[in-house]
Design a protein around this ligand. Sequence first.
Ligand code: HEM
Ligand SMILES: [Ca+2]
Length: 662
Amino acid sequence: LNISPEYLSREFDLMAETLSSTDSIKTLKFLQKKNPGDFVFPVSFGTSKASISIDRKATIQLGVLKKLSHNIGTTKLNGKIPKKFCPFEQVQCPTGSRYRSIDGSCNNLDQTWFGMANSPYRRMLPPDYDDNFDSPRTKAANGGSLPNPRTIAINVHEPNFTTSSTNNLFLFFGQALDHDVTSIASALNINGFPISCTCDSKNPICFNIPVPEEDFSNRDQKCFNFPRSAASIASFDCELGHREQLNTVTHFIDLSYLYGSDIQNALSTRAFVRGFLLAVRIPGVKHEFLPFRRNPFCHRMGPTDRCFVTGDARSESNSFLTAIHTVFLRQHNLIAIKLSKVNPKWNDEQLFQETRKIMISINQHIIYNQWIPVLIGREIYEKYQLEPFSNAFFMGYDKTQDPGLFNEMATAVLRFGHTLIKHQMHKAHTNYSLFEKSTTDQFLFASPKYFKDGIETQENYMRGLIAEDCYIPSPAVNPVLNHNLFEGFVGGGTHRFSLPALNIQRGRDHGLPSYNKYRSICGLKKAEFFDQFTNIKPEFLRRIRKVYNHPDDVDLWVGAVSEIPVKGGIIGETFACIFAEQFKRLKIGDRFYYENGQDPSIGFKFEQLKEIKKFSIERLICNTVNIDKVQKNAFFVPHNIFNPLKSCDNISDMDLEKWKEF
Ligand code: HEM
Ligand SMILES: [Ca+2]
């Protein structure tokens, strides 16, 4: 049904007025109450000024849709959101820039917003909201309710402690990559406060998970607090549409976790001398450290503690991830020093931008050349043509391809990692022997410890990453993540979370269709009966059948992490297919993709590209960690025969002389 612009304009104004009056009352109550028993969801990282304003306009749109669909009896309404309520505008692009913008805009010169920060996710399949456009997916095939996510967490994701040959570097490099491409905006109230979803809250933004009878670990709390993700308008041209979610970081693989996704953050990471990023130097110590800032915005810290400045607020969520940030910071400054020697006339800005470009390129090279084949196996890797060329430019950039991240990636696929995280992890000495175990809760938000334990500790974490294995792929999730997540973190209370339950609830919050639907677009058969989930091991299928009534009910993350991994890979066929499609788009839809040779003014010279391709994860480790040997493939634990240690002297590096300007 087509709705006239005049009618829509009136309805939007009315809805804005209604919402602002109820919102301000709620906010006032929130401020007056300040009840110490209230607690705030601890994971509200994905926020930005832009996300608050987009959320607001999207909420007004959803209110209008709800009212109209109620009055008219259909949700299939066509019309344009009035200009005043459309949060997106064409960006004015500078002409001929050789470098990526910080917020990702103007990568695509026709569709300037493709992949930029604070823009909506895309979807592989249309959403499956209960009311078709906004309310979470909660209905089961038999007309009843889907099983409680926490019941699923307890029964399907119960811990198992078997380790694999891939290591923690593979895993946490994956988390860093996730943080590069996605950060779901959390819903905030109009004053920018995180929303406090107490168990009895009637706020429609609260989608709390009740604690089921069988949850022995959490009997003392009534619910798991769960605010929905912020809303976004689904399309840039502001057609009326379903609730979409908002990515607050650049969708491109552009090291936004190192350089920031907005200008203010970006400026705060720079030293403004010789192209350097801000870093701490300690006299007599070879390597640099992350720059620090003081409270009050550090998580879980005392008044004298310090935490770090980085391009992404989640960099401190665990010490192993912080170690990866440190490695990239060091490599940036190493390149900047060399470039300044090669081109002594370049100023800070030139040095910074070219170093950033090289860094993003070596990171893309490691991802496409080394990390992806381990994740999805060679067969799918080759089928989707993700492998870099050995000796040629890539000429396949296609400006019609939208590289934007699929909601499925943020809400399910990239969360495969949650099943691989060991309950206890270690640091390692230079000879790779592991020592000092820490349990999951000890390395979460542990920056003060990371900092205080002294400089050698940081090297020990980095060596721990390469020396220690992670778990094998399976639906099992370690007991701290599954049963006691963030225990004691929030206001000193006993509130705990369950990571599998959060993943499942987030999928429903975003209206992700069921696992079964994705099977059918990924070349597997859509199952009529549970037995037709033939790529799920019987022991896991038994668990799934115990909690779900129908194959169409199974949540995407749950079904897909239960699949047998693809040959030579870590994830199953369904995740591998969504992943490969996404990373193909991130390659051919990124004008600055490092191999792109279509436009010499932004691409590397051929001899420079050859140098980039000499770089590897092993070289990165050799350059930035106190170590003189590293295993042949640094994403696997060392092995005397299959993955022996190799001297760093025999691992190639880039020759930056190829950047000399005459
Ligand atoms: C120490 C370990 C980790 C903890 C405690 C942790 C915890 C969390 C939490 C609480 C969320 C938000 C859940 C929600 O409300 O929707 C989340 C999101 C996510 N996690 Fe993890 N995680 C960890 C490691 C990892 C690893 C190793 C990976 C992947 C290899 C990963 C991938 C993701 C992704 C992709 C998201 C969604 C991010 C977004 O788009 O906003 N996480 N994690
Ligand atoms: Ca990015």
